[in-house]
Design a binder for this molecule. Sequence first.
Ligand SMILES: *[C@@H]1O[C@H](CO)[C@@H](O)[C@H](O)[C@H]1NC(C)=O
Ligand SMILES: *[C@@H]1O[C@H](CO)[C@@H](O)[C@H](O)[C@H]1NC(C)=O
Ligand SMILES: *[C@@H]1O[C@H](CO)[C@@H](O)[C@H](O)[C@H]1NC(C)=O
Ligand SMILES: *[C@@H]1O[C@H](CO)[C@@H](O)[C@H](O)[C@H]1NC(C)=O
Ligand SMILES: *[C@@H]1O[C@H](CO)[C@@H](O)[C@H](O)[C@H]1NC(C)=O
Ligand SMILES: *[C@@H]1O[C@H](CO)[C@@H](O)[C@H](O)[C@H]1NC(C)=O
Ligand SMILES: [Ca+2]
Ligand SMILES: [Ca+2]
Length: 491
Amino acid sequence: MQETSRQKQGPQGQKPDAQRGRGTHPRSHCICSAGCIAAAGLIPPDATLYFDVVLLDVWNKADTVQVSTLLRPPHCPRMVQDSDFVRYHYNGTLLDGTAFDTSYSSGGTYDTYVGSGWLIKGMDQGLLGMCPGERRKIIIPPFLAYGEKGYGTVIPAHASLVFHVLLIDVHNPKDTVQLETLELPPGCVRRAVAGDFMRYHYNGSLMDGTLFDSSYSRNHTYNTYVGQGYIIPGMDQGLQGACVGERRRITIPPHLAYGENGTGDKIPGSAVLVFDVHVIDFHNPADPVEVTTLSRPPEPCNETAKPGDFVRYHYNCSLLDGTRLFSSHDYEVPQEATLGANKVIEGLDEGLQGMCVGERRQLVVPPHLAHGESGARGVPGSAVLLFEVELVSREEGLPAGYLFVWHEDPPANLFEDLDLNKDGEVPPEEFSTFIKAQVSEGKGRLMPGQDPEKIIGDMFQNQDRNQDGKITAEELKLKSDEDQERVHEEL
Ligand SMILES: *[C@@H]1O[C@H](CO)[C@@H](O)[C@H](O)[C@H]1NC(C)=O
Ligand SMILES: *[C@@H]1O[C@H](CO)[C@@H](O)[C@H](O)[C@H]1NC(C)=O
Ligand SMILES: *[C@@H]1O[C@H](CO)[C@@H](O)[C@H](O)[C@H]1NC(C)=O
Ligand SMILES: *[C@@H]1O[C@H](CO)[C@@H](O)[C@H](O)[C@H]1NC(C)=O
Ligand SMILES: *[C@@H]1O[C@H](CO)[C@@H](O)[C@H](O)[C@H]1NC(C)=O
Ligand SMILES: *[C@@H]1O[C@H](CO)[C@@H](O)[C@H](O)[C@H]1NC(C)=O
Ligand SMILES: [Ca+2]
Ligand SMILES: [Ca+2]
């Protein structure tokens, strides 16, 4: 950055190579010229003389730099101090208003260190205490500017200088990332650490308030790992320690952002960046489902939901910022699922396991146990989901592949029992009547969660091996015999 300021040439208020003026007395031009004319014999005796006088400049050895603030922004993040690096615009004029230089002709701001000998002494003083966005008028006597030599053809000897300055940006090479919490949701227990994956919205501005980028313009959070070098170092640092839902301002000096060259056409060299960030969620790829029991029925529950069980449950699902995604209460009946059967997202399946009927739980499900990086309809990619679930009912499932099981041993003469009218054949009506009677007498049960008529129909089809619409004694076989398993006897 020092190189940048050295390369700039011209009377931008920088120190000349020559020594500064020492405040010698200026000549009095009007008296001299009137005397000269009189000496030439052009003025008759007793003539009344009229002088039109234009005062071009006046100063006093005792003068100091005169600073007047023309406009000061209401919010001042920091004020210029010695050794700071500043970027500013200026218009330079003589006391009579003659313009001698402006920063606007160069296309960029004038960038330099303050109080380090790069500027004329008056500028070094006049910039102190300025805030970004502030406008000042700085009047500098010649002995704190270009002195008795002036500068080239544009600044006469012994000239006072008037600078109108607009400070754009200030930082110090020793600056670190500045954090300011703007809003902290209550009850934050977890803070982001390096290695977490974060989704956040941001507005990125320069110090003078110019917005250079915003995630909102893309209708999409910015998603990234934190502390792994995927983003500028200042953001990598500044996002750590944030809570879900937090709004924080991260102010990043250029050496932790885009440096002295800047980037693109929106971020100039040596620019301080101000990010207002709203953390939507974050998680770690190693996160499990986070289960919190909200309430439990008063009576003890002996059996909790386990893989294979058929469960009914209500749930509300939202994003961590409160965006509602789904509520089963919008439907007439609760949701149903067989646990462990890959029917619901992994995190919900896991969170339902171990629940008592009537229990309510809160589940925080990281994306790798939900809809992953690509998301789903209405669910953004990599989103952490918040569930509130209530287990409504639970039924023991059947072993995989079985449609019906007897609680005790099956009837000894099963075919005789099925053949209600004893004609040696079992049509669908007899089969259905018999199975329904077994269920209603509590002797056996059908696979839960399916239409009983359909299951009984499927069972009949399985037994009617030649598909002639009736089961014979030869056709009837227990599934457990087929499987040669020693579990309960099943159809
Ligand atoms: C410099 O002059 C231009 C043109 O009058 C004006 O637009 C600009 O605001 C002035 N800059 C400062 C810092 O006063
Ligand atoms: C963002 O959403 C708004 C409103 O839904 C829409 O008008 C705008 O075009 C969207 N912008 C982008 C970049 O998708
Ligand atoms: C900045 O740009 C200059 C000239 O293009 C280049 O030499 C220098 O390496 C750049 N600096 C950085 C930090 O990229
Ligand atoms: C970004 O700016 C928009 C518009 O001013 C505002 O609604 C939003 O809350 C800001 N976001 C952050 C994170 O500050
Ligand atoms: C739960 O277990 C206890 C003791 O084992 C028993 O007395 C009670 O009846 C059981 N409750 C249910 C609902 O099965
Ligand atoms: C879902 O939210 C509704 C109100 O929005 C509430 O009445 C209901 O108890 C919630 N359900 C669960 C399972 O938390
Ligand atoms: Ca029959
Ligand atoms: Ca048959």
